[in-house]
Design a protein around this ligand. Structure first.
Ligand code: GAL
Ligand code: ZN
Length: 656
């Protein structure tokens, strides 16, 4: 990419060709450089099986080329045409209770269906042949938000595919029995045919069965992507391939696994303007999407120009917020800002979703802001391809997410709130974070934070131990290192694989009642408490009430050249902030800029020639920031400055 791309989903089939002419004029005026085109065009380009009608689409692609707008060309397979589910009703997905999901919305296909994959593949073959050399083609956009609506399918076709997947994984049925702990509740299988998807059941299902079904379902959806990707790659090996992840973080789709199959990763992002902290939620998602592809720039493939239409109450973005949130994505590593969608639909389920050209036409606040941002981004090309660097890593693992939120645990622990409890105080302290998988090489990080990593492989536990031994600083929260990859408890005192590095063992979990809290030195804890026996660790804080009063709550253990901290509860936000401030100061992790108010986000992208400091004012008041050294104010005077004033929702980009 040699610029920050700008544009949106473009659905010209909803409009007459006269409107297409106006589209091209308005896109040019708004600095649009890239549009996602064709996402929902299947029924229009193939109105009957094998009867292709590409004429109108040729015209659309030619228009884009003529006006210098690139195509993020969709494979058009996100919503199968009505004739396909009439001809082959067996492609329709089924829920756990056997309910069949009918056509009439979108994504109504069983991911394991060979018939769906075959029809999709035929269409993709046509598209690759027809448009592979088209001058407008910049990038392939495979499918759309895989797993957004249909996440798992429990039909007979999926059952058979699940059995095949299990045979590949375990080889023989005895190994599966061993890995699924099936001696429990008389679940021992004698034959693959006895295994079903975890359909509706009388009570708690086998956790290993459910975890494998989640892994399988993710793989089945990934297989749909790969079928299309491989056809595309065979025709256009040099055109990059992406698919847009549903934002901000989506449990059914393991983005680390999927990222390896894409040339560039893309994210859709819809923070709620009503939520005063939604930029922090977005920040976590952006740090994760950047990290899934090792820090490579990513594409913000969709966001709303103003309101969405799928929450119970849909707030518009106040003046300046669309610009601020767009720059936030760029600050956190995006090289493209695109919207859903270009022109607001007249009919259909999304007619009240905002668009770059609203129902009111170009003479509207939203469109004026869209135009202004387009001009601003066109002048900021030098930022493209620069990189964010972080000294702190938070560990995230999709397998753990699926496992830790399983049934029948000591207490409910939800992973995203757990991440936010650890991420927010670092964000507020202006510390840059990567969100990485436990198998990542951690040696370059000064601090590694591990929120509730219940499922932990022996290998990952050993890597964490070595990381601390070699001088790293580790923070581990309760209910970490409890089970292996097959949901089998580690024996010998929790958390057995981390006992040595943490210098303690947990004798028993004492989860707190729903909504309850417990006193801890310096604050309170929620969700959890536990009976900790130290084995070399020092108690930094103890519980101050109840049966656990006086027993360790938060511990610190010097191990090898490093330090390992342990939190036996979820400290309240203020205590968590104090604690993480101390931990990172000891680890030598500095904020991007000292002395900034919490609501001003600061982050740096490092380029080949220069560094870019982004300052984003998420508050509703004006702030003035003094810079550590003179810098060029790219969005303002373009002159060298030593301080910048940011109005409410204001943005500054400073070149050093
Ligand atoms: C996304 C989807 C788009 C559109 C958008 C509305 O999930 O990919 O097609 O529906 O949401 O916010
Ligand atoms: Zn199915």
């Amino acid at each position: 990419m040699n610029r920050i791309h700008y544009g949106g989903d473009y659905n010209p089939e909803q409009w007459s060709p006269e409107v297409w002419t106006e589209d091209m004029k308005l896109m040019t005026e708004a600095g649009v450089s890239l549009v996602s085109v064709g996402i929902f065009s299947w029924a229009t380009v193939e109105p009957a099986p094998g009867a292709y009608d590409f004429g109108w689409f040729d015209q659309v692609m030619d228009n884009l080329a003529q006006y210098g707008v690139g195509a993020s060309l969709a494979t058009m397979t996100a919503s199968p045409p009505p004739w396909l589910s009439v001809k082959h009703p067996e492609i329709l997905p089924e829920r756990a209770d056997g309910t069949r999901l009918w056509p009439g919305s979108r994504q109504h296909y069983c991911p394991s269906s060979p018939i769906y994959r075959e029809y999709a593949g035929r269409l993709v073959e046509q598209l690759a042949q027809r448009y592979g050399d088209h001058p407008a083609l910049k990038i392939w956009h495979i499918g759309n938000e895989y797993g957004c609506h249909t996440r798992q399918c429990f039909c007979d076709v999926s059952a058979e595919d699940f059995r095949r997947w299990l045979r590949d994984r375990y080889g023989d049925i005895d190994t599966l029995n061993e890995n699924w702990s099936t001696t429990f509740w008389s679940q021992r299988y004698s034959d693959w045919a006895e295994i079903f998807p975890p359909r509706a059941m009388p009570t708690f299902g086998n956790p290993a069965h459910k975890l494998d079904f989640a892994r399988f379902s993710d793989d089945a959806i990934l297989q749909c992507y790969l079928v299309e990707r491989d056809i595309i790659r065979a025709h256009t090996p040099d055109v990059p391939v992406t698919t847009n992840f549903i934002g901000l973080v989506h449990k059914p789709i393991d983005s680390y696994k999927w990222a390896a199959e894409q040339d560039v990763v893309s994210l859709d992002s819809y923070p709620d303007p009503y939520d005063r902290r939604s930029h922090v939620e977005a920040a976590f998602g952006y740090d994760l999407i950047r990290s899934v592809k090792g820090g490579q720039p990513w594409l913000l493939m969709e966001q709303a120009p103003s309101a969405v239409n799928w929450r119970p109450r849909n707030a518009p973005k106040a003046p300046g917020v669309m610009r601020l949130w767009s720059w936030q994505a760029i600050a956190q590593g995006a090289d493209a800002v695109l919207f859903f969608q270009w022109r607001q639909a007249v009919g259909g389920a999304e007619k009240f979703h905002s668009a770059m050209v609203p129902h009111g036409g170009p003479d509207t606040r939203t469109h004026r802001e869209v135009q202004a941002l387009g001009r601003e981004l066109a002048a900021a090309s030098e930022i493209a391809d620069s990189r964010v660097r972080a000294e702190v890593a938070i560990l995230h693992d999709w397998d753990n997410w699926r496992a830790v939120e399983g049934d029948a645990h000591p207490g409910v622990v939800e992973l995203l709130p757990a991440h936010r409890a650890h991420f927010d105080p670092l964000f507020d302290a202006h510390v840059t974070v990567d969100v990485v998988h436990p198998a990542t090489d951690l040696s370059a990080y000064k601090l590694v934070v591990v929120p509730n990593l219940y499922l932990l492989s022996q290998a990952a536990a050993e890597a964490l131990t070595r990381y601390v031994a070699a001088g790293g600083t580790l923070v581990v929260s309760f209910f970490t290192g409890i089970v292996d990859e097959q949901e089998r408890a580690y024996l010998g005192g929790y958390p057995a694989p981390l006992r040595e590095v943490l210098g303690l063992k947990i004798d028993e979990f004492w989860p707190l009642p729903v909504g309850g809290s417990i006193g801890v030195d310096g604050g309170t804890g929620t969700i959890w408490s536990e009976w900790i026996e130290t084995e070399g660790a020092e108690a930094v804080a103890t519980f101050t009430e109840g049966e656990l009063a006086g027993r360790p709550a938060i511990t610190r253990h010097e191990y090898g050249e490093g330090v390992a901290w342990y939190l036996g509860t979820r400290p309240n936000p203020a205590l968590m902030r104090t604690l993480l401030d101390r931990v990172r100061a000891e680890a030598g992790v500095e904020p991007v800029l000292p002395g900034l108010p919490d609501d001003v986000q600061a982050i740096v992208r490092h380029g080949a020639e220069a560094d870019y400091l982004f300052l984003l004012n998420h508050s509703a008041s004006d702030v003035t920031v003094t810079l550590p050294a003179p810098a060029v104010d790219l969005l303002g005077s373009d002159a060298s400055v030593t301080s910048v004033s940011l109005a409410a929702h204001g943005v500054a980009v400073l070149r050093h």
